[in-house]
Design a protein around this ligand. Sequence first.
Ligand code: NAD
Length: 301
Amino acid sequence: MTQTVAFIGLGNMGGGMAANQAKAGHVVMAFDLSKEAVERAVAAGCQAASSVAEAVKDADVVITMLPAGPHVLKVYSEQIIGAAPTGALLLDCSTIDVETCRKVAGLAAEAGYVFADAPVSGGTMAADAGTLAFMVGCDEPEFARIEAALEPMSRATFRAGDHGAGQAAKICNNMILGITMLGTCEAIALAEKLGLDPVKMFDIVSKASGQSWSVTTYYPWPGPVPTAPSNRNYDGGFATAMMLKDLKLAQQAAAAAGATTPLGAQTEALYQMFDRLGFGGRDFSAILQLLRGKLDDLPTD
Ligand code: NAD
């Protein structure tokens, strides 16, 4: 069934996700603060909206893909709730803290909307290909409708639990991702010092027990995985600043819950340093160059 989908936040992830909603035959009303992002969405089959209010006014589904909690709280509380029809399904796919997520869910419920947190895993390649994994926090009876709305962008959709559970799953997932990426980068830097070709190392490790998503889908050394950001000087992809945000969310959650996460803490500290050195806009796999002592070749933003 053709629906009107309002899509807010058309960045590295949202751009491809909105395009896939349009490809599925939906009318996509696209808005971003960046004019260039809106123009790219229009080229991909979406319609330009001049504001959030205009994008959501006739929406059946509203999807947001924004940087962090403060953006999500502001956009929902000031621009979506009240402006979208109350029958519209509100889906926030951004990665944010559980507390803000539950606050937005409460505001939406008070105003009579169905809301879900639906953060994603898979990166920009999966966003473009429509093969993201969604981790949903919602009321159980709403899940089938939410799953159907996410379908054009999704390879797999899981209900993690009630509101906030999707975000909890996401920050745990990304703590694993940050740790495996650092482990992969350290191993490449070591391989190089030992005279082992990092491309040969990929051939072996991608089939051995050191294998992970960071190796097989996102190898930080250029060559073996042509779609990985390492082949384009770590441009685009999943920005270091975004990974740092997620690692901080994991550490805050661990402190609040009394969980022991020493590797998560160390990974956060290293990404914090890399961000402070000016590389917050580079893909997070670029931290390889810090470990290799080759930051001079890496553009800052
Ligand atoms: P991005 O910075 O590329 O995109 C965010 C977009 O939101 C930007 O285009 C920005 O202009 C827009 N925006 C900000 N405030 C806005 C507002 N008030 N109204 C309208 N538009 C606004 O970020 P991204 O990489 O696309 O990530 C988006 C979210 O997805 C983040 O929460 C991130 O943690 C999560 N995420 C990213 C990846 C990845 O690989 N990039 C993977 C999984 C999850």
